[in-house]
Design a binder for this molecule. Structure first.
Ligand SMILES: Nc1ncnc2c1ncn2[C@@H]1O[C@H](COP(=O)(O)OP(=O)(O)OP(=O)(O)O)[C@@H](O)[C@H]1O
Ligand SMILES: [Mg+2]
Length: 412
């Protein structure tokens, strides 16, 4: 049973949430409270597994509550609920230690999924932290040399839209087209696929970096980076999901800062949740690729993702919308997506199960194994958006159609 404390100043909201959750066999509402102060008292008394709280409340708001709980009752993780337009709240909520946040209005499924996710993570963390404590990483020194690398985050609100396929092929295409040093970090810490997509031996991963035996520096990083295709260096996700909890946001920050010194580009594959890590990288990144597909749920999640980025004050210039698995059968076209998302589509990647499937089966990137295909051309087009101005124009294989599309985009 997951025991929950619901905190909201509006009684009808509390009741609705209670009703929604009454259908779940594994979730029990242990209590409710109408402001942060009441919630604190109730949390100490009830020791809930999860506190689900609104942000805006009288007496003590959700952020203060989260902060206080993080220090007084760390065994009761917090899920924050906020409405759109509450700028800065999401960031502050995460900084305060919230594990997840839900943007109102959210669906029953989203609510239950968030509760279970936070609960499971908490369970795993308990068992793991008992065994090992993560090392305190050193504070990174100022970047040196020719300027720090550009960090490119590949993100999506929806799972399975092709983040990992894009991140891996992008890293390789980027290394080939720009002849620069590219690192790829698999931050889908629980279920990372980069190892499989590149057919890499999983003996070294981020776990070795954070296991406490040594600090995170240039040397320790080099030891754990695996050799991917086209010279891409890969930091793999832990070999099994429960090890993911050993990695902290501080680790991620240090690792990326360190990689930025030795590489020209750091591509980051991510999980589909707005976790602390993803928020961290969204903040650090120079580019955020928002990947979506042509299905209604994927477009809806892309919309939500773009809204969250906006409420985090992420510069829209930094965001590139990438539509994957484009075929002629969807109800959407470029115009309707752009209208719905109010964001220009940077690149459309065709749906090509034969080429993509073959590359995945063989553990090779399609941009090299099937260089002369539309999907590979689309990936190179994506690269041309990421390279500096002059270099982009030189992207050799981009056909006329690609060029036109690009012009159309920039003309907006
Ligand atoms: N352009 C494409 N054409 C055909 N199939 C594709 C394409 N892109 C991705 N796929 C298929 O979609 C599947 C999911 O892709 P991928 O694993 O990259 O998604 P993801 O967003 O990383 O998922 P997760 O959120 O689970 O990490 C892949 O196994 C691949 O077979
Ligand atoms: Mg993935």
């Amino acid at each position: 049973m997951i025991r929950l404390l619901i905190v909201d100043d509006i009684s009808s909201t509390r009741e609705n949430l209670q009703k929604l959750l009454s259908f779940e066999d594994d979730i029990e509402v242990a209590g409710t409270a109408s402001d942060g102060r009441e919630a604190l008292e109730a949390a100490h008394r009830l020791q809930p597994d999860i506190v689900l709280t609104d942000v805006n409340m009288p007496v003590m708001d959700g952020i203060q509550l989260t902060e206080t709980l993080a220090s007084e009752l760390p065994t009761s993780p917090v899920i924050i609920m906020s409405v759109q337009g509450e700028r800065d709240y999401l960031r502050r909520a995460m900084q305060a230690g919230a594990r997840e946040f839900l943007i109102k209005p959210f669906s029953h499924d989203e609510l239950v999924a968030a509760i279970r996710r936070v609960y499971q993570l908490e369970q795993k963390k308990g068992t793991f932290l008992a065994k090992t404590m993560p090392a305190q990483p050193e504070t990174p020194a100022a970047p040196r040399g020719a300027g720090p690398a550009e960090v490119i985050l590949v993100f999506s609100g929806k799972g399975g839209v092709g983040k990992s396929v894009i991140a891996t092929n992008l890293a390789v295409a980027l290394a080939e087209e720009s002849k620069s040093r590219v690192a790829l970090v698999d931050l889908d810490l629980q279920f990372g696929d980069v190892g499989i997509l590149f057919n890499l031996d999983h003996s070294r991963s981020i776990t070795e970096l954070v296991d406490g035996s040594s600090g995170i520096d240039d040397e320790s990083l080099r030891e754990v980076l695996a050799n991917g295709p086209a010279g891409v260096k890969v930091l793999l996700a832990p070999i099994s999901p429960e090890l993911a909890d050993l990695v902290t946001a501080e680790h991620v920050r240090t690792i990326i800062a360190e990689l930025r010194r030795s590489f020209d580009y750091v591509v980051v594959d991510s999980s589909s949740h707005l976790t602390e890590f993803n928020l961290e990288v969204i903040e650090l990144a120079q580019r955020v690729l928002v990947v979506t597909a042509l299905t209604i749920p994927a477009i809806k999640d892309a919309k939500l993702t773009l809204k969250v980025l906006e409420s985090l004050s992420v510069d829209p210039e930094k965001t590139l919308l990438v539509v994957n698995r484009v075929d002629g059968y969807a109800d959407f076209n470029q115009e309707s997506i752009e209208q719905s998302l109010r964001t220009p589509v940077a690149v459309q990647i065709p749906h090509d199960p034969r080429v993509v499937g073959d590359a995945i089966t063989r553990g090779v990137p399609f941009v090299t194994a099937h260089a002369d295909t539309e999907v590979s051309r689309a990936l190179r087009e994506l690269v041309s958006h990421l390279l500096p101005e002059g270099a982009a124009a030189a992207a050799p294989e981009a056909g006329d159609r690609d060029r036109k599309r690009r012009k159309g985009l920039f003309g907006r």
